[in-house]
Ligand binder design. Structure first.
Ligand SMILES: [Zn+2]
Ligand SMILES: [Zn+2]
Length: 299
């Protein structure tokens, strides 16, 4: 499927490179990518949107693809790596699990192996792999600690693991999958085998499940993270349905978070720490604590 190219909004201050900044460039089965920046450092998390979209997003920031400090890859499904060959210059490291590396054409010399027990420090960022269940070789989410901001990205996960809660509690921006509405999937046009796959433990996270997780985060967390709902299905979900489901889960425990469903095929929104309602950022993220406090499973 051809991914349409879109202009990237530069409505916010594009010249301030001193603060952490995250931009979605597309989220869903048509293509996924996030541009993550702080200071002079920039990272691409997944590489599934059109190359022109990536180039333009970086040009708006007065950067080129050659300026990327690393590309982080969650797993080998095409909506996450479609543009990887075009993005990879000879000197750009790729952070991925061994299983993902084995199923992509990442060159040996560019691959930085990441495991849940061994975070990577690169260009001023601390990057943790978070094990998820999904029908890929060795998929992961990421927790990224930047100066003044901690970001977690969890898409393409069929089920929840309690070990994922701690990274979310440490995050200022949470990007969490809200793939489908259970009833829309059940009654929708997908063939039975595909419905089973999506709803399975290694498929995708439903709105309902996403809402339950975020309610737990809101109940336990001392902070007020911004939340982006990611990887929405174009067939089995709608942005207003996903948001309403999550909002209802938060209402039931009398909590409120800033919830934004990500556009599937267009870039945006942009997040900076100042977007958070409390104005508070997490400067005490997991990397500041002993690693033993994190209970990520090995793979
Ligand atoms: Zn995907
Ligand atoms: Zn996938």
């Amino acid at each position: 499927m051809t991914v349409p190219e879109h202009d990237v909004s530069d409505a916010i201050d594009t010249n301030d490179h001193s603060i952490a900044r995250v931009q979605s460039l597309g989220s869903g089965s048509s293509g996924n990518a996030f541009l993550i920046e702080h200071g002079e450092s920039s990272f691409l998390l997944d590489c599934g949107v059109g190359i022109r979209t990536i180039i333009h997003a970086m040009n708006v920031r007065h950067q080129t693809i050659a300026d990327l400090d690393a590309v982080l890859v969650t797993h080998e499904h095409i909506d996450h790596i479609r543009t990887l060959p075009q993005v990879l210059g000879p000197n750009i490291p790729v952070i991925a699990s061994k299983g993902t590396f084995d199923r992509t054409r990442i060159r040996d010399q560019q691959w930085l192996s990441i495991t849940p027990s061994a975070p990577i420090q690169i260009a001023g960022a601390s990057i943790w792999a978070l094990t998820v269940r999904h029908d890929a070789a060795e998929p992961c989410g990421f927790l990224i600690e930047l100066p003044g901001a901690t970001i977690s990205v969890l898409t393409d996960l069929g089920s929840w693991r309690d070990e994922l809660l701690e990274p979310l509690l440490a995050s200022d921006l949470i990007v969490l999958e809200a793939n489908h509405d259970l009833e829309m999937l059940r009654c929708g046009p997908y063939p039975a085998h595909l419905k089973r796959r999506v709803a399975s433990d290694v498929g995708h996270l439903s709105n309902e499940h996403c809402g339950a997780v975020l309610a737990d985060v809101a109940k336990r967390g001392p902070r007020t993270p911004t939340v982006w709902l990611a990887h929405l299905s174009g067939t089995n979900n709608r942005p207003e349905v996903a948001k309403a489901t999550v909002d209802a889960a938060l209402d039931r425990i009398d909590r409120d978070l800033s919830i934004t469903p990500l556009p599937r095929r267009t870039p945006g929104p942009v997040w900076t720490p100042s977007e958070n309602r409390s104005g508070e950022t997490n400067r005490n993220g997991p990397i500041a604590r002993p690693a033993t406090q994190l209970s990520f499973d090995g793979i």
